[in-house]
Design a protein around this ligand. Sequence first.
Ligand SMILES: Cc1cc2nc3c(=O)[nH]c(=O)nc-3n(C[C@H](O)[C@H](O)[C@H](O)COP(=O)(O)OP(=O)(O)OC[C@H]3O[C@@H](n4cnc5c(N)ncnc54)[C@H](O)[C@@H]3O)c2cc1C
Length: 203
Amino acid sequence: MDTYDIIIIGGGVGGLACGITLASAHAKPWFQQRRVLVIDDGNSDLEKAQLFNVPGVTPGTTGTQALHTMRMQFQQYPTATLHTGHVCAAQRDGKHWNVHTSDDCAFKADVLVLATGYKRWELSGLPCEPQPHPRGGKSNRICLSHDGVYNVDQDLYVAGLLGGGSSQFAIAAGIGTQVAVELLSQWAGKRTHVHDVPEPTTS
Ligand SMILES: Cc1cc2nc3c(=O)[nH]c(=O)nc-3n(C[C@H](O)[C@H](O)[C@H](O)COP(=O)(O)OP(=O)(O)OC[C@H]3O[C@@H](n4cnc5c(N)ncnc54)[C@H](O)[C@@H]3O)c2cc1C
């Protein structure tokens, strides 16, 4: 069974934002070659969108293009792996999570992040159940209860709209990024974040 430090189920806006920020810390001394896996079955809401109001995204960019860019951003990091597949079950096994896909792949991780969007819940074995989404706009939208910073249970987090945010790209990405910062801060043993700056120019 392939083993990772973190598995993110769902590689849409929230899941990829979480994965990008986590993986972007790979050079920090406390990161210690941790491995991040995103598993996605290719049905992000973003595939239906054309973006004009997302801060920093060129107006007119299709959602498909934005997803492609985010997948590339994630995969630029040596610690990042993207797997295409549908997760059907995730169970706790002692200190680990065992994650199974419908095409019989199995993965193990210390920490699980659920970023499957606010429209469907097809995962068995988890110690949480979806609730009605307070900001979803429609009665069949779902979210998970958490502690305020997206911790659902021990070593279990929620990201993207499943965390309870309204349906905007920046909100879904922000929730995923906050989850990453919480996890990085645990690993660092202090509050942290990841900022990149340009290389100094020589003249
Ligand atoms: C038509 C439309 C237009 C939009 N336009 C805009 C806009 O102009 N501006 C804006 O800010 N926002 C817009 N949005 C909203 C934006 O797309 C969402 O806010 C964002 O996609 C939510 O991110 P998410 O990560 O929560 O969910 P998603 O992006 O939907 O990602 C969830 C991911 O989880 C995967 N998944 C689910 N279950 C499983 C499973 N069991 N196993 C593996 N993978 C799984 C799905 O395939 C998907 O990739 C639009 C949405 C729609 C529907």
